[in-house]
Design a protein around this ligand. Structure first.
Ligand code: ZN
Length: 187
């Protein structure tokens, strides 16, 4: 089975104008209670996430669905491979950060939609999030450290914000420096 395509700002040596436009659109709220279309979108995102082993998290706009749902591993962050079961990943529908704690912490982040680079980004080390789960039930969650970073990264996608939109040092492969200098100047 072929993996579901992930939209990217660029591929190899060219800028993807059409995909960039879609990735940059703010997403729409999902209706609660979930309707059929919402359930299908959540299922599509879950399938796309579970069929890959290179994603810590994924946001619906990355697979071309402009709606407010994200999915990410909630444990085993250091292991490669897929989540073993339902409890190893979280789905958040219409997530909102209700509280942040601690001084922002800088860390390097990659993104499947911005291949080959990393950007050093400051994130809150602790957040509280109000959302609905994959069945549309209201939930409140608390995430810390790396988990909090992943959630903030995925929630950025719902606003059309990508790692290259943050201030911070961009780490690029040396032999493609010229390409990224030109591509990132027109982001
Ligand atoms: Zn991302």
């Amino acid at each position: 089975m072929t993996e579901r395509k992930i939209l990217t700002l660029w591929s190899d040596d060219h800028w993807n104008e059409a995909e960039a436009k879609r990735l940059r659109e703010p997403c729409e709220e999902i209706p609660i209670p979930l309707d059929k279309a919402a359930r299908e979108d959540i299922r599509a995102l879950t399938d796309a996430f579970l069929e890959r082993d290179d994603a810590l998290g994924l946001a619906a706009p990355q697979i071309g669905i402009g709606r407010r749902v994200i999915i990410f591993k909630n444990k085993h962050f250091d292991e490669k491979g897929r989540p073993a079961g339902d409890k190893d990943y979280d789905v958040l529908v219409n997530p909102r950060i209700t509280q942040t704690r601690g001084e922002p912490v800088r860390g390097a982040e990659g993104c499947l939609s911005c291949p080959e680079i990393q950007v050093e980004i400051e994130r809150h080390p602790e957040i509280k999030v109000r959302a609905c789960d994959r069945e549309g039930r209201k939930i409140n969650k608390r995430y810390t450290d790396f988990g909090a970073r992943v959630v903030q990264h995925e929630m950025d996608h719902l606003e059309g914000i990508l790692i290259v939109d943050h201030e911070g040092t961009v780490l690029v492969p040396r032999k493609k420096r010229a390409f990224f200098e030109s591509v990132l100047s027109k982001k």
